[in-house]
Design a protein around this ligand. Structure first.
Ligand code: RTP
Ligand code: MG
Length: 147
């Protein structure tokens, strides 16, 4: 079963949207296997966004993501990496469709409320930057397997 790393960014935390964002993934039927509140350090933020190092928006991005606590999560499910990105919506707020988290709640790029890993490699790398193995809770849902 696939796992992804998702995180409510500081703007989502400040706006009181953690619950509604988490609900989108619960509604879809994905399984939350870890979650915690984190004030990221500069080093942790730079590791997290290493792929963007050197880009013009890198410093602004690191300062935004460390500006307040984030809510870091690991979710499990079939194709959860790709589907979580669909549920999140596009990066730029003008391209994020209604019905997506960003389309419904975000109005200013780059304050787009949520981060989601974009590949199995990123998911594994990002997850390890926040959680250790013992924090990932393995359990079965007792409701029907097709939900
Ligand atoms: P994320 O990594 O946060 O899930 O977002 P993403 O994959 O949709 O977008 P990505 O290209 O990875 O960009 C990471 C974050 O950087 C900010 N950004 N700012 N000022 C800019 O031109 C610019 N471009 C990107 C956004 O917060 C974006 O989510
Ligand atoms: Mg990204």
């Amino acid at each position: 079963m696939e796992r992804t790393f998702l995180m409510v960014k500081p703007d989502g935390v400040q706006r009181g949207l953690i619950g509604r964002i988490v609900s989108r993934f619960e509604d879809k039927g994905f399984k939350l296997v870890a979650g915690k509140f984190v004030q990221m350090t500069d080093e942790q933020a730079k590791r997290h966004y290493a792929e963007h190092e050197g880009k013009p928006f890198f410093d602004e991005l690191v300062s935004f993501i460390t500006s307040g606590p984030v809510f870091a999560m690991v979710w499990e499910g079939e194709d959860v990496i790709e589907l979580a990105r669909v549920i999140m919506g596009k990066t730029k707020v003008k391209e994020a469709l209604p019905g997506t988290i960003r389309g419904d709640f975000a109005a200013v790029t780059p304050h787009n409320l949520i981060h989601g890993a974009d590949s199995p490699e990123s998911a594994a790398r990002e997850l390890a930057n926040f959680f250790n193995e013992a924090e990932l809770v393995s359990y079965s849902k007792t409701i029907a397997a097709w939900t």
